[in-house]
Design a protein around this ligand. Structure first.
Ligand code: ZN
Length: 425
């Protein structure tokens, strides 16, 4: 049987090659694949020109072809072979041009000479090609043919929304974006992980919280979503997570909410601190994704991000090297397990209270192991510590931190004690 890391990776492989930009057929194609996996995803559309807070939904960028031919007429850059090679939202061009003039419209990374950069020009009119610095250095003088067949037309900002109801209207919210072309860790890793987290959530029996997953274009998508939903978001979201850069196998990274003290921050940090794996703690000043909108003053939603290598921090970020070799089954598996722990803790995050005064007698309730070993001694100590701090004041996370035990080890103890009618919540 395929393990979960492999399943998530395989979905990432399927989504990777699609020609995505903010809007249009690439996003629609992506959303349709996600809907095949989770049929209850609703695809929603907001037309070009719609006012969204301080912004407006832009036109849709359509590109049919894009290439650069050298003085011998040989295609040396071809959008159809690599969708990073035309800048996203490039204007059309069909021009014979000298190398000296062409160079103004060539984008490379001199410090990472093998890599092709990913460049966008959403809101300024521009055209251009992206290539490796090594390739650019080899170009010889002469007349080149620059050709980009593209247009910007009125269209729709499409996004996917999956709502999974629980026993309360209070929501755990996952947001991820689907607007980058063939880039793996940033970006399509988020949608791949979200798909399998959503499948997991749908199978939780007696779900306490409702869950919402949205698949949007970054920035304009979250602004548009907030502009339509801010009242219900403000009222219902108890914890939110922006899923991005979750596919590589390097250390974890944490980006807090603006104030850093929400339930989302608390649960994510508890998991990362007790995961026995290294992680880097970033400041909100290092933000760069949709938490910029969700945490903005006035909205102040409890959103944080648990990533592997953080966007902007790894060398391959926004280059052709952020590809399917950069992400891995192991990387996805780790991110999946971390987010499952977060969900499990949130589902069980009540305040627990012991029913009896003084220490209850564990033996008569079959909670005391009949044979005393090193392990059973440790377990009894943990049970007694859980009881000692089940005072009705501490929530699960605070209780776990008080007794230096990960919440996922406290939960089974609490379940036993609830079953023995020693503890209520
Ligand atoms: Zn990006």
């Amino acid at each position: 049987m395929m393990d979960i890391g492999e399943k998530i990776y395989n979905l990432c492989v399927e989504l990777f090659p699609i020609n995505r930009s903010l809007m249009g057929s690439g996003v629609e194609k992506t959303l349709n694949i996600l809907k095949r996996e989770n049929p209850r995803i609703e695809i929603k559309r907001i037309p070009t020109g719609t006012k969204c807070l301080d912004w407006e939904v832009p036109g849709e960028w359509i590109i049919n072809d894009g290439f650069l031919k050298d003085p011998d007429g040989i295609k040396i850059v071809d959008y159809k072979k690599n969708n990073l090679q035309v800048i996203t939202y490039s204007s059309p061009i069909d021009k014979k041009i000298s190398l000296a003039d062409l160079k103004k419209n060539l984008f490379t990374l001199p410090n990472f000479p093998e890599a092709i950069p990913y460049i966008t020009s959403y809101y300024n009119e521009n055209w251009g090609f992206c290539l490796s610095e090594n390739q650019k250095l080899k170009l010889r003088d002469g007349i080149y043919h620059a050709f980009i067949d593209s247009e910007i037309k009125p269209g729709n900002l499409s996004y996917g929304e999956l709502f999974i109801p629980g026993s309360t209207k209070k929501e755990v919210f996952f947001s991820t974006y689907v607007c980058h072309p063939s880039l793996a860790n940033d970006n399509i890793s988020g949608a791949s992980l979200a798909t399998f987290l959503a499948k997991f959530v749908q199978n939780i029996s007696n779900r306490k919280y409702s869950y919402r997953f949205i698949f949007i274009p970054e920035t304009i998508g979250s602004i548009a979503y907030v502009s339509k939903n801010f009242k219900s978001m403000k009222k219902n979201i108890i914890a939110g997570f922006n899923l991005t850069c979750v596919g590589d196998d390097d250390k974890y990274s944490f980006l807090p909410s603006r104030n850093g003290n929400s339930l989302a921050d608390k649960v994510a940090l508890h998991v990362l601190k007790n995961n026995n794996l290294p992680f880097s703690y970033h400041s909100f000043l290092e933000r760069g994704s949709d938490e910029r909108q969700y945490c903005s003053p006035g909205l102040d939603l409890p959103f944080c991000s648990v990533m592997r290598s953080k966007y902007g921090e790894f060398k391959e970020y926004h280059t052709s090297f952020d590809n399917l070799d950069y992400v891995s089954k192991e990387g996805f598996e780790g991110s999946y397990r971390v987010h499952l722990k977060i969900i499990d803790i949130l589902e069980n995050n009540s305040r627990y209270k012991v029913n009896v005064l003084c220490e209850p007698q564990l033996g008569k309730r079959n909670l005391y192991p009949p044979i005393s070993t090193h392990d059973s001694f440790a377990l009894v100590k943990d049970i007694k510590n859980v009881i000692a701090y089940s005072d009705g004041k501490l929530d699960l996370i605070d209780l776990s931190e008080k007794i230096n035990l990960p919440a996922w080890k406290v939960i089974p103890i609490l379940k036993k004690l609830i079953h023995a009618k020693l503890i209520k919540y």
